[in-house]
Design a protein around this ligand. Structure first.
Ligand SMILES: Cc1cc2nc3c(=O)[nH]c(=O)nc-3n(C[C@H](O)[C@H](O)[C@H](O)COP(=O)(O)OP(=O)(O)OC[C@H]3O[C@@H](n4cnc5c(N)ncnc54)[C@H](O)[C@@H]3O)c2cc1C
Length: 547
């Protein structure tokens, strides 16, 4: 069995019926749909798959209760349908989650309005509201909240995908299995337009520096917040910008004492909606809305946003004594929302738009604007219909409130543990992150104790998962692996020591020499520091936050 990654295919001069630019959740979903329909498809991503907005989101799979306020019934209905499909088809990655909506006497929403909204939300989901949070859970939460306020607690069901990076990796391998050619670390330098029609794309492999030109029948621009830039560098003149970027930031805290076991949806210090979510054995708090037209690849949370999120969560849970020192890291992403000058960011539609560039002198090119993790699959179906591919809607499903994980999960975990001679905890990790592929990874783990070893002393995820990432899931760098395919570096106790230990254990299996080990480690730490920001830990920062 070869542990090496497959060599990257040469593309120069090849013809593809469809070229998809951008390997976020939307681009991967579109490429998968095109390949399944038998179209010769190429997907190119300038960095790594899911390294853009997709891994910088709040990670909720939801209908969007908030969108009801703006009359977006169609969007809510579509999102709820997609949520149910994901809960059914990806139950190892997408889990039902109970949300507790909190109001107090100062809230900008009345209890009556919230009750009506929740009733409508349940109706649009096509089912009666579930049992929701038990009284005990609500009481437990109320004990942790600011006792000086009068709280009303409402509950509803939505879902969470803790690792959209993993969902993207699964869809990516499905696209490859259906015949798509995929290349990360490959930048589309320009779309070649001749006599008003798209002819090809000029690419640069950012690992080797090699440039290649390929022919294209259709180009689908799924570059998220980069969409206008792709047009500008291709000299495609669009009448007005397609995008108005709105940055959203999050902070990640360790699980504090009495941290909610359910998702909390409430108002921040200024009355904006905010989530406090249990995530990856930590607490995720977000988000903000700040207009941002700078380079989306360099976006970072500002000190003001961090302070705002900190004040909001600290005020909500005063007994937890959350301070600036508590923050593990902060990260930000730019929402690729439709251009809407002067519009209130929260009021800008979250519905996606497919911009046809025929009127811009580039026949056979589409740009995808906006969208949500939740609706990526339905967006992809709509997109491929636009280019003449027939694709049916999946059958409607109703997973039902409070749906549990696969009842055979525990049995499957025991089987995988035996198969790979790994601990039950490691087997659970494999099943939860790799679904049906867990059995193959377990088989691989059986080969040697190095492959069965945990990636670092704090995790139960094993080196065999890393090899799978390089071999089958197109990982190229250590960052591709530890931040996205096997995202252990997002965990609660990751440190520089873990990075070093992980690189040593992975390098031993892949045969890295000292130079390769050093280079992999250095580029990983640079990427980690740029993505997961360490906010200033000075007391001044916290005093500002606590005012
Ligand atoms: C703060 C925040 C919170 C969110 N929370 C949620 C949520 O809870 N639930 C939900 O459903 N949605 C949420 N969203 C929305 C969701 O994350 C995005 O709509 C979705 O991830 C967009 O995916 P995408 O594929 O369009 O963009 P991206 O993931 O950004 O992918 C675009 C890709 O294109 C690549 N690219 C750019 N230029 C080029 C080029 N020239 N050549 C090759 N590749 C290129 C980029 O590197 C990038 O990887 C949130 C968004 C934000 C910002």
């Amino acid at each position: 069995m070869s542990l090496a990654a497959k060599p990257r295919a040469l593309l120069e001069g090849q013809h593809f019926q469809v070229v998809v630019i951008g390997g976020g959740i939307n681009g991967v979903a579109v490429a998968r749909e095109c390949a399944r329909a038998g179209r010769r498809t190429l997907l190119v991503e300038q960095n790594d798959f899911a390294s853009g907005v997709t891994s910088r989101s709040t990670r909720i799979i939801h209908g969007g209760l908030r969108y009801l306020e703006y009359g977006e019934l169609g969007l809510v209905r579509e999102s709820l349908r997609e949520r149910e499909t994901l809960l059914r088809d990806r139950s190892h990655l997408v889990h039902p989650m109970n949300f507790l909506l909190l109001l107090n006497e100062k809230s900008q929403h009345s209890a009556l309005k919230v009750r009506a909204g929740l009733w409508l939300y349940g109706r649009l989901a096509g089912k009666r509201p579930g049992p929701g949070a038990t009284e005990m859970e609500s009481k437990r939460l109320e004990r942790a909240l600011d006792a000086g306020r009068q709280w009303s607690v409402f509950s509803y069901e939505d879902a969470q995908c803790e690792f959209p990076e993993r969902l993207v990796a699964e869809w990516l391998t499905e696209a490859i299995d259906a015949g798509a050619v995929v290349r990360n670390h490959s930048e589309a330098l320009a779309v070649d337009v001749c006599h008003g029609r798209v002819r090809g794309v000029l690419l640069r492999d950012t690992i080797t520096g090699r440039d290649e030109r390929i022919d294209a029948g259709w180009v689908i621009n799924c570059s998220g917040p980069w969409a206008d830039r792709v047009c500008q560098r291709s000299s495609i003149r669009v009448e007005k910008p397609m995008l108005g970027g709105v940055r959203g930031s999050h902070i990640v805290l360790p699980r504090f004492s009495r941290a909610p076991a359910n998702a909390v949806y409430t108002e921040a210090v200024d009355g904006r909606p905010i989530f406090v979510l249990p995530w990856n054995d930590q607490v995720l708090v977000g988000t903000t809305e700040v207009a941002d037209s700078s380079d989306p690849g360099k976006t970072a949370p500002s000190a003001e946003e961090i302070s705002y999120l900190l004040r909001s969560v600290a005020q909500l849970f005063p007994k937890a004594k959350i301070s600036a020192q508590s923050i593990k890291y902060a990260f930000a992403g730019v929402r690729p929302l439709p251009y809407s000058p002067g519009g209130k960011p929260s009021a800008i539609t979250r519905r996606h738009i497919l911009h046809d560039h025929a009127d811009d002198g580039a026949l056979h090119m589409l740009s995808v604007i906006g969208g949500k993790l939740t609706t990526a699959a339905s967006l992809a179906r709509e997109c491929v219909r636009k280019i003449g591919v027939k694709v049916a809607e999946p059958k409607a499903v109703a997973v039902g409130p409070g749906a549990a994980l696969d009842p055979f999960l525990d049995e499957a975990i025991l089987k995988i543990a035996r198969m790979g001679s790994v601990s039950e905890e490691s087997a659970r990790g494999m099943v939860e992150w790799h679904g049906k592929r867990a059995a193959d990874i377990a088989h691989m783990a059986l080969v040697s104790s190095e492959l069965r070893a945990p990636i670092c002393p704090h995790t139960s995820h094993v080196v065999a998962e890393v090899v799978e990432a390089y071999r089958r899931e197109c990982a190229v760098t250590l960052g591709d692996v530890l931040l996205r395919r096997v995202p252990v570096a997002l965990g609660p106790c990751w440190s520089e020591t873990c990075s070093r230990e992980a690189a040593l254990r992975i390098g031993a299996v892949l045969g890295w020499d000292t130079h390769a080990l050093g280079a992999n480690l250095e580029s990983f730490e640079t990427e980690r520091a740029a993505f997961l920001r360490q906010p200033a830990r000075s007391t001044t920062a916290f005093e500002a936050a606590a005012d």
